[in-house]
Design a protein around this ligand. Structure first.
Ligand code: UFG
Length: 331
């Protein structure tokens, strides 16, 4: 199939482009380079030996999207593009609502116009809010989100549901990611957050690389296995493969899938595994809980297994090794 990947040079997008190309899909990327680098396209070619068409366009400019659909016979779209920093979204809510919603609506309108009605959407476990049970199942539905970034994901899910209700010739898969980490084993592509990272794994790597002094572990008095927060960390290559399955095994209608390992891992366990696998010290200190954090949650990934034949294959050790390999290659 000929697939348009929005945000295809970003962290999850780039790994998905690799897996799509490996399955012989033809990949067209649109990316405005807001949070990604153009050189990623060369890395994608290096990894796969295939070529990728790149449009350096912003989805906010609708006529640019039309141009892409006018000049390519697109079969389906995987939509990653969007602002994604939780903290920044709290400070700049209008920027988040305006960009994430407008770009998605533009994309959907153009898809409708060109009768391309197959979509995979990049959503997040954050849309569950706090359902009161750490094991998240798709049927739980959406809860109250805790920041504008998360709210844009929940709003887009709602937009997609309304769109499908109005026209059920659409096939839409909404993928709710848990905590994506790791990097491609080649060390050529990985996560490149702008500035000081907010998320755990990128911060761990900067401390291991001696670019930041000490990791703050936010709380060790949660009711969890060792008192630190528990999350479902998923290797980005497993996640990328989930997108290919979502596309290749797409069912009719609108379907929602959790993409996670199903296993909770504590912050402390991640840090100590990182140290052990890579034989490197990560300086850390315990500090206050971070406001808004939940103690523990992880995926029930059985729907993705039953309907898409997908499950994670990589271990926490793989995650820690591949993350550090990327960081070392790019220091
Ligand atoms: N943590 C630390 N120190 C840090 C950073 C994080 O102890 O410097 C802890 C957090 O308290 C939490 C865990 O590590 O317990 C994971 O935190 P992250 O910031 O890496 O990830 P979150 O689970 O907070 O959020 C992630 C994504 C969001 C997404 C959400 C979905 O960053 O985009 O999962 O549930 F919305």
């Amino acid at each position: 199939m000929k697939i348009l990947v929005t945000g295809g040079l970003g962290f999850i997008g780039s790994h998905t482009c690799v897996e799509l190309a490996k399955q012989n899909h033809e990949v067209i990327i649109v990316d405005n380079l807001y949070n990604s680098k153009e050189e990623v396209i060369d890395k994608l070619k290096q990894i796969t030996g295939k070529s990728f068409k790149l449009y350096k366009y912003d989805l906010v400019e609708k006529e640019k999207i039309e141009e892409i659909f006018e000049s390519n016979e697109i079969d389906a779209v995987i939509h990653f593009a969007g602002y994604k920093a939780v903290g920044e979204s709290v400070k700049k809510p209008l920027m988040y609502y305006s960009n994430n919603l407008q770009s998605t609506i533009n994309l959907l309108e153009v898809m409708q116009k060109y009768d391309v009605k197959k979509l995979v959407f990049s959503s997040s476990a954050t849309v569950y809010g706090d359902p009161g049970n750490p094991k998240y199942v798709e049927e739980m539905g959406r809860g109250k989100t805790t920041n504008p970034y998360g709210t844009t994901k929940a709003m887009i899910e709602q937009i997609l549901e309304d769109l499908y209700a109005s026209d059920n010739s659409w096939d839409i898969s909404i993928l709710r990611y848990f905590n994506p980490v790791g990097a491609h084993e080649s060390g050529l592509i990985g996560e490149e957050p702008n500035g000081i990272p907010n998320n755990l794994m990128p911060y761990v790597m900067k401390v291991a690389a001696r670019k930041l002094e000490v990791l703050s572990i936010f709380g060790n008095d949660y009711p969890t296995v060792d008192g630190t927060g528990v999350r479902d960390f998923i290797h980005v290559v497993d996640l990328a493969k989930g997108h290919v399955c979502a596309l290749d095994k797409m069912k009719k209608g609108l379907n929602i899938y959790n993409l996670g390992s199903g296993k909770g891992v504590s912050v402390m366990e991640l840090v100590t595994t990182f140290e052990k696998v890579n034989d490197i010290k990560v300086n850390y200190k315990i500090v206050e809980r971070r406001p808004g954090d939940l103690p523990e949650y992880y995926a029930d990934p059985s729907k993705a297994l039953n309907e898409l034949g997908w499950k994670t294959e990589k271990t926490l050790e793989d995650i820690c090794r591949d993350s550090w390999n990327y960081e070392k290659n790019n220091m």
